[in-house]
Design a protein around this ligand. Structure first.
Ligand code: HEM
Length: 256
């Protein structure tokens, strides 16, 4: 008698896809809202970025959860593709109300593009491999002093000019505005978040289908909600690079 192996079950793998995908969608919503703070100015955006960096262990826990979700999501997607190819259609027990669309047929391609572009994004804005100068971008903030002085913060001595704040933090605002001052980078990011939106439109409705929330009445509503969320994330994310390129957002502030 053969033993039941959950890793060979389509439903088990789809549930893993839905849970890990759900975690990634929550991250994207939070990340987009954080990015939109850039419209409130340098101080607000840098305070937010500085707060994230200062959460220490919490930040690492979030990073580990995200990385685990991405790895499981990708492995399970490949596993499902293999299982779908190997099985006959009648083996799939849940009746699908979700039709094949451009979004569903391109999932594997948008997924691959997102993977490549996230890798580029991390090299660009998180570990600064493509632009090492970003690590040197710093901003003085906090109470301002009237004369030049040497200030010690966390054991590091620094000369602070008259009129500057006494604390020092990474200038994420200057980094993002400088990055998006190059039209090619803007095009790459807009394409990146376009693929994210396309991928999510099918992914979200598929997630509900997997979790059993489907039917002739509820599915069309969920499809519309997925479209609003997918295109909403696209617009929210792309508004930052496009505003820098088209309206020169922040360029005056950083002296570009
Ligand atoms: C125009 C769109 C985007 C902008 C402007 C943007 C901006 C940023 C910035 C500035 C950071 C570094 C934060 C810091 O360390 O201070 C960052 C980190 C990150 N972004 Fe984005 N991002 C965008 C889209 C995305 C998308 C679509 C994804 C995922 C699909 C994503 C995933 C990440 C991840 C995983 C990190 C690393 C978080 C960490 O571990 O510190 N970003 N992003």
């Amino acid at each position: 008698m053969s033993k039941f192996n959950p890793f060979n079950s389509t439903i088990f793998n789809k549930v893993i896809m839905a849970i890990t995908g759900g975690i990634l969608v929550l991250f994207l919503l939070g990340h987009m809202m954080g990015n939109l703070l850039i419209f409130l100015g340098r101080d607000v955006f840098n305070s937010y970025a500085h707060f994230l960096q200062s959460t220490g262990e919490l930040l690492w826990i979030i990073r580990i959860v995200l990385l685990t979700s991405v790895i499981l999501h990708v492995i399970t997607a490949l596993r499902l593709k293999f299982l779908n190819n190997a099985s006959k259609p009648e083996n799939y027990k849940i009746k699908s109300y979700v039709k094949s669309t451009l979004y569903s047929r391109t999932m594997i391609y948008t997924g691959i593009m997102i993977f490549l572009l996230v890798t580029y994004h991390l090299l660009h804005y998180t570990i600064y491999v493509t632009n090492p100068e970003f690590s040197e971008f710093h901003e003085q903030y906090g109470p301002k002093i009237n004369t030049e002085a040497v200030v010690e913060t966390n054991g590091v001595e620094m000369t602070v000019n008259a009129g500057e704040g006494i604390f020092n933090r990474h200038d994420a605002y200057k980094m993002v505005i400088t990055g998006f001052s190059q039209p090619l980078i803007v095009v790459v990011y807009v394409l990146f978040v376009f693929f994210v939106g396309m991928h999510l439109i099918h992914a979200i409705q598929s997630m509900f289908q997997t979790l059993g929330v489907n039917g002739p009445r509820i599915t069309p509503i969920l499809i519309n909600c997925s479209k609003i969320l997918g295109w909403g994330l696209f617009l929210g994310f792309s508004s930052v690079p496009l505003s820098v390129l088209i309206f020169g957002l922040g360029k005056g502030v950083i002296g570009l």
